[in-house]
Design a protein around this ligand. Structure first.
Ligand SMILES: Cc1cc2nc3c(=O)[nH]c(=O)nc-3n(C[C@H](O)[C@H](O)[C@H](O)COP(=O)(O)OP(=O)(O)OC[C@H]3O[C@@H](n4cnc5c(N)ncnc54)[C@H](O)[C@@H]3O)c2cc1C
Length: 395
């Protein structure tokens, strides 16, 4: 009979096997620890239930506001390594909550930070950082997904001091309850994609929840229709005048998604290792079988290689020299490793791996959306391929 293993006293507490966390300053490490404890207390206990019911826990919003975590790099002066490890930590606790943050803080606030005038930023960002106003990011359309750069069909027409928006958006996260949404629309005058802050109470705006998802079920994705929606010219983002400008936002948020792939692998490692140690078959823990150890080590190797790549990329971000194609490679590589890791984790739980009660089924399913959003695996691969060959395979 083998001895019970005390997981809390093993020398390697989680998937950060090479101790990347030690690269943080002591203040950053302390803050990360506080956030980890907050997630364990406020998020882990409710995450599976919210996912099963496909409901967003609205009461988490004031608690998130109290945590004061929005825009850690631009507003609070933390390093990109810290911001990445925090985003991974959110995902490790619940990929849906990390996605809420990725949309509100990354895509939505990020659009205003990158494309708003100083006046617009001063007017809107305080409410956004304090989560008094919740935001969404409307780029993808029913007929424009991977090709949305050239394929945006939603139109914007200048009408005196206003713009009139018409069209449809699909998959827009947070949009069933958000106060604002940044809508990207093609100006009929010059054919360029421009960005507008739309108040969701405006006449002609409608959002319908997308039902029956198998991934990130807690995230409220919506189909949006815009019928003669009037937006004051002051609400056109001053610096959002072409798809090249939109890309400034996506370059940063794509990194956030790659960090989600790190966090989800950490979660798979946490759950699968615990199960392998606790579950007995043939009178011994699963962890005593060589094939199971091999699977755990594969998850660990995937996690560490993804994390190493992301930490280095975050350092390049901190130096201000990271390139677009480095973030597309990171998104493609880490999400592919993530897909392998969550499948291995699910396999370690056998039949219990397909019910959400044991968490791994949720982790496994959430990987699918992360693999496809913010540029699919294929598109991120092709952008990287274009950079290393000088030849575009998709345009
Ligand atoms: C859960 C979730 C949340 C999302 N949140 C938001 C949001 O908040 N805001 C927003 O604007 N969008 C959001 N999206 C949309 C997301 O970014 C798109 O789903 C994604 O860009 C892919 O577009 P598509 O789904 O239309 O797939 P398509 O573009 O139709 O692609 C289908 C398949 O074809 C492949 N493909 C397409 N073109 C090529 C090519 N040239 N070469 C090789 N393969 C190709 C793709 O890789 C993919 O495998 C979200 C999506 C999901 C699933």
């Amino acid at each position: 009979m083998s001895k019970a293993v005390d997981l809390n006293n093993l020398p390697y507490p989680d998937g950060d096997f090479y101790a990347f966390e030690q690269l943080l300053s002591s203040a950053e490490r302390e803050r990360l620890l506080t956030i980890r404890e907050w997630l364990a207390k406020e998020v882990r206990p409710i995450a599976v239930d919210c996912w099963n019911r496909a409901e967003f826990p609205m009461d988490i919003i004031p608690k998130l506001a109290e945590l004061d975590i929005m825009s850690p790099v631009r507003r609070q002066g933390y390093s990109n390594v810290f911001a990445g490890l925090v985003h991974a930590e959110f995902t490790r606790a619940d990929a849906s909550l990390a996605t809420f943050m990725g949309v509100h803080d990354g895509l939505f606030a990020g659009s205003i930070e990158a494309l708003g005038s100083e006046e617009q930023k001063a007017q809107w960002l305080p409410d956004i950082y304090a989560l008094r106003k919740i935001g969404a990011f409307g780029l993808t359309e029913p007929l424009g997904g991977s090709d949305v750069a050239g394929g945006t069909r939603t139109t914007a027409q200048r009408d005196g001091d206003n713009w009139i928006l018409n069209g449809a958006k699909r998959w827009i996260g947070n949009a069933t309850f958000s106060d604002w949404v940044v809508i990207y629309a093609r100006d009929v005058a010059d054919n360029q994609v421009k960005a507008f802050l739309v108040d969701t109470a405006t006449e002609g705006y409608a959002a319908t929840k997308i039902e029956n998802k198998i991934s990130l079920r807690t995230v409220q994705n919506a189909d949006i229709t815009l019928t003669n929606v009037m937006v004051p010219h002051d609400f056109k983002l001053a610096g959002g005048n072409s798809f090249r400008d939109t890309n400034k936002v996506l370059k940063v948020t794509r990194l956030g998604v790659a960090w989600q792939a790190v966090g989800l692998q950490m979660a798979a490692f946490d759950v699968a290792r615990r199960y392998a140690v606790e579950r007995q078959q043939f009178g011994r823990p699963l962890a005593s079988f060589q094939l199971v150890q091999d699977q755990l080590v594969q998850i660990l190797g995937n996690t560490v290689s993804s994390m190493g790549m992301m930490v280095r990329l975050a350092q390049l971000e901190d130096e201000g020299v990271a390139k677009d194609e480095q973030s597309t490679l990171a998104k493609a590589f880490t999400t592919a490793r993530m897909r392998e890791s969550v499948a291995l984790g699910r396999s370690i739980l056998g039949g219990n791996g397909i019910v959400t009660d044991y968490e791994i089924a949720k982790i496994f399913s959430d990987a699918e959306a992360i693999y496809s959003y913010e540029g699919t695996h294929e598109i991120n691969t092709l952008v990287t391929g274009r950079a290393i060959t000088g030849v575009s395979a998709f345009l």
